[in-house]
Design a protein around this ligand. Structure first.
Ligand code: URP
Ligand code: ZN
Ligand code: ZN
Length: 459
């Protein structure tokens, strides 16, 4: 008799749906089979039984100018669980040239209230000799990825090409993944300064000062560095079709690179900036002109972009409103963790992506790229029972009032899609049920140590 059996579901295993029961003992998946008996049994007939989703890009409580992102580690994890996410990866924040270990320890403390499992990418804002020395210590701590920026010079985060190259050399030596926010920061700063002189810093200038080529050029440069150094490299939040295609080209030509996009770049275009409060959609890189989105879908469908994450970084209206009409003062970022799964899986119904690519992009692939597989991102017996029970045919209209995110608007308000998470299980425990709501507990999430990135994605 198993602790819990999900009965008669469509269980996604080895790239196919099979009509099976899934049994859980304690925190682990015990087995898959027919007529399994449990102390507790739940009928999930006609629902999809999928690995819990992984959001590998969140910014809980991120300070931005005078504001702080509206979701903290607890509220953000509730929103994630409601949307089928069982693991997220957030970021450390290096302050005042401090060392990596101290920035990691501080963020680990902040993350403790999380109610779902998590890891961290270590951010390098200032590349000092101490940072260079400490890189080798990270694998032991189970932190296997860095985040670096080729933009944000004005807020002290940008790496120049020399530092980028050195970081990649060191990470290659230590088998650590380098993740890159790839935009050409120098050109963006020049265009922004020029726009300021023209008094042209309204929300529409976000597109003019960060044109598509500033992303695709940076992606191309970073990929070429990756190829020469041999450093496994991952480009985060790819926003343009052109950028996605450049990544595909460099990958096909031997660069050891993977990429992620976010739902906002698949669903939104820059016409949102024509709305009354267009600045509520402000994030970096910005959403792009119509036509770019389908090109990203294609790259996600054919696997040249392997995964989706959210860059979840919501600000309340009052925080966005502190911008005073200038993108130079706008807290950048939008919500995403709760709506990632249904937006990606809705792409199947819309004919944008096949089932296999869609499901892999939100669980198996991020787990493999970030060294969490098979414990996370799989339904293999013996691994963590992190599961999402998904109702693929349920209609939903995305609206702020039904969401658990801690901010006061949704960038997808009114969008009609098919599919909704029905239940989320974290290590054997039901933490969200569409009828009963939130059932998890503050602090029940665990820090997960990660292995090196799966070489398959970086061939
Ligand atoms: O606008 C965004 N994406 N804010 C979060 C910081 C980042 O660049 O990832
Ligand atoms: Zn970024
Ligand atoms: Zn980000």
């Amino acid at each position: 008799m198993y602790d819990l059996v999900l009965k008669n579901g469509l269980v996604y295993i080895d790239n196919y749906f099979r009509n099976l029961d899934l049994a859980i003992n304690g925190e682990k998946i015990a087995c898959l089979g027919k007529d399994l008996k449990g102390k507790k049994e739940i009928d999930v007939e006609e629902k999809w039984v999928l690995p819990g989703a992984i959001d590998a890009h969140t910014h809980f409580s991120l300070p931005f100018y005078d504001s702080i992102a509206a979701d903290d580690f607890y509220t953000g994890s509730i929103a994630g669980a409601a949307g089928g996410v069982t693991t997220f990866i957030d970021f450390t924040a290096q302050e005042n040239k401090e060392g990596l270990i101290s920035s990691i320890n501080r963020r680990l403390k902040e993350a403790k209230p999380s109610a779902i499992d998590y890891s961290l990418h270590a951010c390098i804002a200032q590349f000092t000799e101490q940072v260079a020395d400490e890189i080798k210590l990270l694998p032991e701590l189970g932190i296997r990825s860095f985040k670096i920026f080729t933009a944000y010079n004005k807020i002290g985060r940008m790496q120049n090409d020399e530092n980028l190259y050195r970081i990649m050399e060191l990470c290659k030596l230590n088998d650590i993944l380098v993740t890159v926010h790839a935009e050409n920061g120098m050109v963006i700063d020049y265009l922004t300064n020029e726009a300021e002189k023209r008094n042209d810093l309204g929300i529409k200038s976000l597109s003019r000062t960060r044109p598509v080529f500033t992303e695709s050029e940076a992606i191309s440069r970073v990929c070429k560095f990756a190829k020469f150094t041999g450093c496994k490299t991952h480009i985060v939040h790819i926003s343009s079709g052109e950028g996605a295609e450049v990544l595909a080209y460099e990958k096909a030509n031997g660069a050891p690179v993977s990429g992620e996009t976010c739902p906002q770049y698949l669903y939104l275009d820059d016409s949102v900036f024509d709305k009354e409060n267009g600045h509520y959609w402000g994030c970096c890189p910005p959403v792009r002109p119509l036509g770019q989105q389908d090109r990203i879908w294609k790259c996600l469908d054919n696997g040249s972009i392997a995964m989706v994450a959210t860059d979840h970084c919501p600000f309340n209206k009052k925080d966005k409103d502190t911008w005073g009409g200038s993108i130079n003062k706008l807290p950048m970022g939008i919500p995403g963790i709760e709506t990632m799964v249904p937006l990606v899986l809705n792409g199947i119904i819309e004919g944008k992506i096949d089932i296999k690519s869609a499901i892999k992009s939100i669980s198996e692939n991020p787990a493999k790229i970030f060294g969490l597989y098979p414990e996370k991102g799989s339904l293999l017996p013996g691994t963590d029972a992190d599961i999402m029970v998904y109702n693929f045919y349920k209609d939903q209209v995305i609206t702020q009032k039904n969401l658990h995110i801690n901010n006061d608007y949704s960038v997808y308000e009114g969008l009609k899609i098919k599919g909704k998470n029905s239940m989320t299980i974290l290590r054997g425990k039901i933490i969200y049920d569409e009828n009963k709501g939130w059932l998890g507990k503050k602090g029940e999430g665990r820090f997960v140590k990660r292995e090196s990135p799966n070489p398959y994605f970086f061939k």
